[in-house]
Every structure is written in structure tokens, then in C-alpha cells.
Design a protein around this ligand. Sequence first.
Ligand SMILES: *Cc1c(COP(=O)(O)O)cnc(C)c1O
Length: 407
Amino acid sequence: MQPRDLSAHAPYVPGKGIEEVARELGVEPDELVKLSSNENPHGPSPAAVEAAQSAAEGVHHYPKASHTDLTAAVADRWDVTPEQVWVSPGADGSLDYVSRAVLEPGQEVLVPEPGFAYYSMSTRYHHGEVTTYELHEADGFQQDAATVLSAYDGQRIVYVTSPHNPTGTEFPREELRELLAAVDDDTLVAVDEAYGEYTDRPSAAELLDEYDNLAVTRTFSKAYGLAGLRIGYALVPASWGEVYAQINTPFAANKVGLRAALAALDDDDHVEQSVETAAWAREYMAERLGVPTVDGAGNFLLAAVGGVETDGTDVDAETPGAAVAAAAKRRGVIVRATGSFGLPEHVRISCGTREETRTAVETLNDVFAELGAAAFDPDAAGPPDAAADGGDPSTGDETPQTEGDAS
Ligand SMILES: *Cc1c(COP(=O)(O)O)cnc(C)c1O
């Protein structure tokens, strides 16, 4: 026998792990600068590590109290009821829970293009149909209600990502209100705030009181530095009551992760440091990369490469972005080609520590020149930071003042 027809299911292509790439290149992992998965360059909060270690001793028990405790802390943080907090294995797990709770077979889900692949994947897993709305490079991938509504046709779920991955652009509050007001009452607007900590803008969670068709997803994988522990959550309408109990996979969020997340939630210094470093790195890269970049608010920057002159040695590099990523990898810097997001001529560079970020910029400018990247302007490539200190202070260094080129 065979599984069901999976021909529409594109496999998720994650950024390669650092150990994998190190093995492939025959080097040690610490010789590489890995800026391909939007991970936290500062690592996890020390308090979270300690909590994980002590939780490890109790992993013969199912996670019950740990789940209740994190749910209560998150509810408290957002001023919602515990029933509105759906803790899950990563925010990807939250997307699955939302699909499970909302979708009937054959119903449509509207997702951004370019955009995060898992919205479509989760939809298909749950027998839904995917339709897309387009964000346009010509207007800087701007996000607003009109852009979404131009493709809206009563879909059951509409996904919005703010800050958006991979562009970093945001969906302004007033535009979100306009969208929520314009869609049908039985359309859920799901706002994915995986990078919500990195922006100064208020969370859509503040609107949960006002709208009955809004959900917000957040994660501990990015600013909190716990990607390997897989904890995220959805905040859902109050009217959904006890639905979580009807749809969740029992004990899917693991005890070590839950305890670490609870500790991380309290470590404001760690999050602040992570957010500050990301802001510094975004500006540094925007100012010094010799290609156009998109003004974004995540812990990464999207850069336009344009066409490249490949010499045919890169059999894997079917797109300009992939050719740049492959050449940078040979020089020890791992960035993300964005072909799988629908952007074959871009790369996404995660914000590293100051030292990593400086190395990445120098390496990428070399690669752009070497490959003759069409978007590369050597005069726009800033000099390396003269104040390079080799360390990674989270404060103190002067922040570059020049705005990035918003392509
Ligand atoms: C990273 C990310 C997520 C979720 O990641 P998890 O590790 O599953 O929590 C969700 N949405 C976007 C846009 C992301 O970039």
C-alpha cells in the first residue's frame, strides 16, 4: 500500500545544522559563522539552561505541572486566560493546532508569498487548500490590509507574519484593524509573531479582547534562544473555551523545554541583549553590504543579489541566492538562500554577534564581487568597522547611523 497522495506537499528544507556543514567542509564547528536559521547568537539564557538541567532529573514523569506553570506565566504576561494559551512543540506546533481546530477538509487558507513555508505545509497536512497573496519587491515588500484583501475570498484562515520572514517588514496596527474588520466573521486572522520581541511595535495580542477572529503565535526559538527545545504557543479567542483539550497532542511540549521556557520568560536581560545585538547587526549589515537590503525588524536582513555569473562548478546552485550561499559557505559563512521562500535572487542573513556580523559582511562583499552579482555596487560596500574589538559587548559600541538602502 501507499500513503495518501502527497504530490502537493513540498518538503520543508531547513538551513543545514552547523555540525553538518562542518563535517562537509572538514572543519570544526567553531570555525564557522552560522547565520542561516535566525538562531540567537548569544545562546540560551543561563537561567534557562539551569532550569533545563534540573528538569532533566524528572523526565521519567509526563509534563503536567511544567505545562500548567508555563501556560499560567504566558497568560499572565499577555493578560489573557490560561484557556487562551495553547502551548505547543515550537510555534510550528501552534500552526498545526490552529489548523486542527479550524479547518474542514477542502477549506482554503491564505498565506503570504514570499513567506514562511510551514503555513502551507500545515494547511495541506490538515486537508486544506493553499492560496497566496503577494508581497511586492518593488514597494519594499510592504504589508498592509489592501495587499491581503486583494487576494481574499472568504478563506477560513489568513496568515500574517509580523515581522515577516524572510523580508522583515511589519504589518502596522491600523492595517491589522482594517483587515480584521474587512474579513468575514468566520475567517481567522492568524498573526505570526515569531520575531515579535525584536520590534518596538505593540503585539497583536493586545487586540484579543476586541476581536473574536484573531490568533497570535509566538515562540521561544528566536529571541529566547531555545530553538532546540521546541516550545511555542498560540494565543486564541476567549470564546474558544476548552477547545485546546479537544485538539492538542497530549504531552507534546516536553518537560525540559517547558521549564527552560518558564525561566527564559523571566530573564529580561537576556532578551534585551539579544534584541540590542540584532538591531546593531541589522544596521551594520544594511550600511556595509554592497547590495540593496530590505528595511526589516527581525533578527535577520534580506539582501538582493540579482543575477550572478556562475562558472558552473556549483551543481547545487540553481539560483543566484543559492550560488552566493554556496560560495560564502566555502569561506566559512553560512547564510540562507531564500529560493524556498519564493525569492531565488536573495539571501537572508541572520544577525550574529558583532564579530560574526563583521566577518559575514566582509565575506559576502567578497563573494558578491567574485560572482559578479548584478545588484552589487562596490562603492556601496562600507569599510569594515575600524573599532573592531573582537569581542561581543552588547552595549557600548557606537551604532552606525546611516539608514540601509531599502531597495
Ligand atoms: C522560526 C519561525 C517560526 C517558528 O519556529 P519554531 O521553532 O517552530 O517555534 C514560526 N514562524 C516563522 C515566520 C518563523 O520564522
